[in-house]
Design a protein around this ligand. Structure first.
Ligand SMILES: [Zn+2]
Length: 600
């Protein structure tokens, strides 16, 4: 048993999330966290909404609200979506808490003291007519990388590259169209070259990573440049240095503050748990957290922040780059054990695009379909290690042929037959088990090692395939044994044995599927006569900011209860009722209905 941090990418709070987002970071991290808890580890799963930066400021300006109001709106939407999917966060918080500000500033100061954050004179834009600083978001021009003609001063929304206003071709002020003047201004830079060697040594010791992630991360180290971590912007975390702290026009860059969220959320969780030091069991490189592990889950567009930037910040704060230094008051901090990145999900052969309506939001999906139907699709057919296409036809097929006809029908048939003929879980006939009975039971028992090992190594597609193979074996066993033919009094004990064996295997398969399908796993548990919590679920709680800021909703839960990762013998004699179907069969007409929505 060990301490395991599941660090999940922070969704940006400028709109609702679509299923492409949650297939990359949401469901895989939850499957992993649920399995690790069931296997007896102390898991801490944290994340939150990422709420600073220009895009939120720009959208708030357009909507006539403050950035905080906009962030409040989408923080709530995202919390509700993740809750609907049953994602078992110990804490899902946000980057606008005072706790987060304090932790970001502590890391900034520690790195600055150690010499890994350095001031640098760069060219900043001012308005020639007013002489005032022109924030990045008010400068627009042609992207020097992709040629997009409405790139913003800090980022191109077309190619996603980070920019500097001075890089733009033909820059213009969005306020009055004038050409900005560039004058010398001071910003802070992260000295990545001073951290390159320690990052390389760390990457060289990584084992078990997906090869493309490791290769991509190593290549990034070949050309590390100092990177600006402050911007001309009013919305963000203030710079915690004398002469800067009170400046309203300079803020820490959003990506710098957001990655620190993993640490600040862990500290917030600990403060809320009643043991303010508990976070150290997951983070301290000396003492309490020395043997802990940390797994970071994200889509591939975020690899650089997790395999280079975040470990660079942690190393710089711990005083471990080429400039040495001493750890700050949080002590030496653990670097990631593994960066688990998934590929892209496309939709009906196209890139997800909210503006072109090639999208289905989590909320709309959950209004029409069950959470486990989506979780099943993502686990069985998601973008784990290849770009993958979501099609409604494939979603329908997976739901109807695999979930409903394969798994749901197995549960339904066996529980119904046992309820009708025995009214309870029948006992095994004293004549004992046949070879076929023993073979099936051995298959499901063996599944715990196989499926568990695959989830532990982030091969969830193969893992759910193995769990569904147990289901297929049980269906084959039933067809061969045909218990429905054993109606006579003399045959009834054998019928009871077959159903006992089948129900035992259903119970085992249900445990194997619990990390993937927690909602239906709870139902199957109850159909088998079980009581209590089998698969714990997150709850939304409105909490006070710990340091006096406004209150906000968090996602949290008690996950110490629930099934363990082991075969539990079912009890003969436990009463059974006629079951309700666990999964909904979908009408094929949904495919055309959904495609019509897309084409709108
Ligand atoms: Zn571009």
């Amino acid at each position: 048993m060990s301490h395991v941090l599941a660090a999940v990418a922070w969704p940006y709070a400028n709109g609702p999330r679509h299923i492409g987002h949650v297939s990359g970071f949401g469901v895989p991290s939850d499957v992993f966290a649920r399995y690790m808890r069931m296997a007896g580890h102390d898991v801490l799963m944290v994340s939150g909404t990422d709420e600073h930066g220009t895009p939120i400021q720009v959208q708030a300006d357009a909507d006539g609200v403050t950035p905080r109001e906009l962030a409040d709106r989408y923080n709530r939407v995202i919390v509700e979506d993740l809750h609907g999917l049953g994602l078992s966060y110990d804490l899902f918080t946000r980057t606008t808490t005072r706790n987060h500000y304090a932790v970001v500033q502590e890391l900034f100061e520690g790195m600055y003291r150690n010499g890994y954050i350095v001031p640098k004179t760069t060219m900043g834009a001012i308005s020639p007519s007013t002489g005032r600083t022109l924030p990045d978001r008010y400068i627009e021009g042609t992207c020097p990388i992709c040629g997009y003609d409405s790139a913003r001063g800090d980022q191109c929304d077309n190619c996603g590259n980070q920019l500097d206003p001075i890089d733009l071709i033909d820059p213009k002020s969005r306020i009055n169209g004038e050409t900005p003047k560039f004058v010398e201004t001071e910003h802070f830079f992260l000295d990545l070259p001073a951290l390159a060697e320690v990052l390389r040594q760390w990457l060289d010791t990584r084992e078990g990573w997906r090869p493309n992630v490791l290769r991509f991360s190593r290549n990034l180290l070949d050309d590390l440049q100092p990177r600006a971590i402050t911007r001309d912007l009013e919305w963000g975390v203030p710079i915690p240095l004398d002469g800067w702290r009170d400046r309203p026009d300079k803020r820490i860059y959003v990506w710098f503050d957001a990655v620190i969220g993993y640490l600040s959320a862990s500290i917030e969780w600990a403060r809320r748990s009643g043991d303010p030091e508990a976070w150290r069991q997951y983070w301290s490189a000396d003492g309490a957290g020395k043997d802990s592990q940390s797994y970071y889950f994200m889509g591939k567009d975020n690899i650089v922040f997790h395999s280079v930037i975040w470990p660079a910040l942690l190393s710089g704060y711990s005083g471990e780059g080429s400039r040495d230094g001493a750890p700050g008051e949080l002590g030496r901090l653990n670097l990631p054990t593994e960066v688990v990145s998934s590929e892209y999900l496309t939709m009906e052969g196209r890139k997800f695009s909210s503006s072109r309506k090639v999208v289905i939001y989590v909320r709309d999906f959950l209004e029409r379909y069950d959470a486990d139907a989506l979780r099943y699709f993502i686990a069985a057919a998601g973008p784990e290690s290849n770009d993958t296409d979501f099609t409604w036809a494939e979603f329908l097929r997976r739901n109807n042929d695999e979930l409903v006809a394969g798994w749901g029908n197995l549960v339904n048939r066996c529980v119904s037959m046992a309820a009708k003929n025995f009214g309870e879980i029948p006992p095994v006939d004293p004549a004992g088990l046949t070879e076929a009975d023993e073979a099936l039971l051995a298959t499901s028992r063996a599944g715990f090692a196989t499926v568990g090992d695959l989830i532990g190594r982030h091969r969830q597609k193969q893992a759910i395939g193995e769990a569904m193979r147990v289901v297929a074996e049980a269906n084959r066993y039933l067809s061969e044994q045909a218990p429905w033919k054993l109606k006579g009094e003399a045959d009834k004990p054998r019928m009871g044995t077959i159903l006992h064996v089948a129900l035992q295997v259903i119970s085992d398969a249900n445990t194997l599927l619990t990390p993937f399908l927690p909602h239906s796993a709870q139902q199957v548990h109850e159909l088998l006569g079980g009581t209590g919590v089998h698969a714990p679920m997150p709850v939304i709680e409105q909490v006070d900011d710990l340091d006096g800021g406004p209150s906000y909703p968090v996602l949290t839960g008690d996950y110490t209860v629930g099934a363990r990762w082991e075969s539990v013998s079912i009890e003969a004699g436990r009463p059974l009722a006629a079951p309700k179907p666990v999964f909904r069969k979908l009408d094929p007409s949904i495919v055309d209905e959904e495609l019509a929505r897309l084409a709108d």
